[in-house]
Design a binder for this molecule. Structure first.
Ligand SMILES: Cc1cc2nc3c(=O)[nH]c(=O)nc-3n(C[C@H](O)[C@H](O)[C@H](O)COP(=O)(O)OP(=O)(O)OC[C@H]3O[C@@H](n4cnc5c(N)ncnc54)[C@H](O)[C@@H]3O)c2cc1C
Length: 392
């Protein structure tokens, strides 16, 4: 395909991440995929700690957050986890299924490579080191200003993701472009991120950095249960990442470090013992964690006054504080918020106001829980756009 200023492409996909590559691999029309990184799929290759949690058997619209609760339904109904599994089986890429439905590839790079080669096979001209700088609507086509010249296309797929992990190529391009094209954007925030603690709690977290345990975190009506990891800045781990999906600046969270027992009752039952609380609880919770959390409340049970016992129990069962923030976009797995879905058709991802403009993946205001749901959204939204593009 000639790169002439007059040539109008059938379609151009901007962004060679999960959704852009999958879209390119899913329909046959000759098309261009523009990616500003040196290679496509940089983020995809490190997902799931290198094992790519590519989907979840139990995916449903309830696993997604968006201002339009039902938007994700049509695309999710039309593209099931089994559809992606089918591709992996065809390509003989091994994967594992966890009991909670999470699907992991053994090697994320195998998925990236599979998508690149399927995209090329499906007539995609992939051009890396090409940053798209600006998009203009001109009559019934789009004009793209890029770091490597001007391109024209009849159909444009915006697949540039969110702001998370700029080190892997994330930019605010989708949101800037939406605003320039007059499309609304739901406020953005880092999500699936660690939470930072206020200054007085930092020494405690530093002392415990690297230690983890199973905890429950309650925020308003939501309670999440899972692994919690102490870090130098605060808390992280799956239970915290899930909580960050709901958490808004200024809200208090309540952490239960011993969700299986009522600590006050348990300590009452042992109140005649000479051992300290931490020793009594050591069969239930990591000794270093309980000792550090209790600090001066870690006294021999037989000597403890009732208020000390209750304070120790509260510390372990209902530790409340207001996080000072999240770990930010540099460490957040996703960006919550995004381009408002109300201006897109849910079955095709095409813009109601600008025919020929499609938006897929994380750039839209659709954010999944931890567990393979965000990549599944990338595939499902890309498949929805590809079905329409295949018929143009
Ligand atoms: C460390 C980490 C681990 C994760 N693990 C998982 C997991 O195991 N399971 C899961 O479901 N989700 C996971 N996620 C989330 C998941 O990776 C994203 O939701 C998903 O990649 C979003 O796909 P996307 O195509 O919308 O965006 P991306 O995959 O981010 O792709 C966007 C692409 O656009 C390119 N781009 C941006 N601006 C421009 C521009 N102006 N011009 C040209 N190119 C541009 C970027 O370089 C990038 O390649 C993880 C995220 C991170 C950060």
């Amino acid at each position: 395909m000639a790169n002439s200023a007059r040539f109008i492409w059938h379609s151009i996909i901007v962004g060679g991440g999960a959704s852009g590559l999958f879209c390119a691999s899913s329909y046959g029309a000759p098309k261009l995929l523009l990616e500003h990184n040196e290679h496509p799929g940089a983020k995809l290759a490190v997902t799931g700690g290198g094992k790519c949690n590519f989907s979840n058997l139990y995916v449903s619209k309830r696993d997604y957050f968006s201002q339009s609760k039902h938007f994700s339904h049509a695309a999710l109904a039309a593209f099931r986890p089994q559809d992606f599994i089918h591709l992996l089986e065809e390509e003989k890429i091994p994967f594992d299924t966890l009991s909670n439905g999470q699907l992991f590839a053994r090697n994320a790079r195998a998925i990236t490579q599979m998508l690149i080669s399927r995209a090329k096979h499906n007539h995609t001209d992939i051009r890396c080191k090409t940053e798209v700088l600006k998009i203009h609507r001109e009559r019934d086509f789009f004009r793209l200003e890029t770091s490597r010249g001007i391109f024209y296309t009849a159909n444009l797929v915006l697949a540039t993701g969110g702001l998370s992990y700029p080190a892997l190529g994330a930019t605010g391009f989708a949101f800037r472009t939406a605003q320039e094209l007059g499309l609304p954007v739901v406020p953005l925030r880092p999500a699936l991120a660690g939470l930072r603690v206020p200054a007085p709690l930092k020494p405690l977290c530093r002392q415990l950095a690297g230690n983890s345990l199973t905890a429950a975190i309650t925020l308003g009506k939501h309670t999440e249960l899972g692994s919690l990891l102490f870090t130098h800045e605060g808390i992280s781990g799956p239970v915290v990442l899930q909580t960050s999906l709901y958490w808004q600046e200024g809200q208090a969270i309540r952490v239960n470090f011993l969700p299986d027992i009522q600590v006050a009752d348990f300590l009452q039952e042992h109140k005649k013992e000479k051992s300290c609380f931490s020793k009594i609880l050591s069969s239930r919770i990591n000794a270093k964690i309980v000792k550090t959390l209790l600090a001066d409340k870690d006294v021999p049970a037989a000597e403890a006054k009732k208020d000390v016992l209750l304070a120790a129990a509260q510390m372990l069962n209902a530790f409340s504080f207001i996080p000072s923030g999240t770990s930010g976009y540099t460490r957040a797995e996703v960006t919550a918020g995004g381009i408002d879905t109300t201006v897109f058709y849910p079955a095709t991802m095409e813009c109601k106001r600008l025919p020929g403009l499609f938006c897929i993946g994380e750039a839209l205001d659709v954010t999944g829980r931890l567990g393979g749901y965000n990549l599944h959204w990338a595939w499902a939204s890309a498949a929805a756009a590809a079905r329409t593009l295949a018929q143009r």
